[in-house]
Design a protein around this ligand. Sequence first.
Ligand code: AMP
Ligand code: MG
Length: 339
Amino acid sequence: MIVLGIETTCDETSAAVVTDGPRLLSQIVLSQAAEHGPFGGVVPELASRSHVRELTAVIERTLRDASVSPADLSAIAVASRPGLIGALLVGVTTAKALAWAWEKPLIAVHHLEAHLEAPTLSYDGVAAEKLEPPYLGVILSGGHTDLYHVEAEHRTRIGATRDDAVGEAFDKVASILGLGYPGGPAVEKCALEGDPKAVPLPRTLLAPDSLDFSFSGLKTSILYKWRGQDAKGRGPIATAPAPADICASFQATVADILIEKLRRALDRTGLDTVVFGGGVTANQALRTRLSSGLDGRARLVFPRPEFSTDNGAMIAACGLRMFAEGKTATLDLEPDSTP
Ligand code: AMP
Ligand code: MG
């Protein structure tokens, strides 16, 4: 089997070709970061227009790189939810047009489910992780901070953020400190020179049994510290900490919050495997802290960093599995922005 995967849920235009394994044959990921950078975040209308401009060429090149012709394809998989509605519409419409023109089955892939299957991808001789549900699925991205109890036939969300997503918090901290966009990699780089214990920050854990997250207080606290203000925003009363210390302390705080919530989720569900997905999991310092913080509690499965952020390969891999299970969609498929 050979499946083409199309990803346009947010600000990456991506296509990939995956064969049985799942094994990656080719992939192109076009980031729109440079277009959104001046605005400090993703501008939905710009994202849609950029997908329209780039997607067909990205698909053509991906097929060429894999030496695969449309006739060789077993199916076309597209991320149809969740995401920005205009951005999703471009991918879904394109996939439907190609499925009709090339007379191929269409597969509607849930973007978050695909994130969790990304670690199963192998390529260039790089072995993949074997994954069997049930497991605890953790999405840490620009739009989501979600905990899922993943079972063979369904997925239950057991925790989510009440305000900012964790990736959004990285982006906002970077914006406060003037580190540029996207913020995650900039914060990670800046933190390398910092002391994770230098700046005391609030660890918002909500009710003792809550599996939800809140990152807005942490972001505000950093804003006040950076301005040299007190906890209520009065002042300036002190000099601002060094950006590197703020970044390192912020990452350590995020890790501590995640560790506590994951411990609670593991206790509650009795699961023994945690599978991570989403752009924030590219952060090596966070991975290291999560690994030591949850040592012995569960097997932790991370995607390779290049499959952490949005990519067509995970959509194709998930589509390949769904195709084998007979889960095809019809040409009246509509995009859906909701998780
Ligand atoms: P996604 O929503 O999965 O496409 O991931 C994008 C989000 O991941 C953005 O909020 C980025 O700032 C964040 N991100 C990307 N790389 C890193 C990193 N190395 N550390 C922390 N966050 C990151
Ligand atoms: Mg993205």
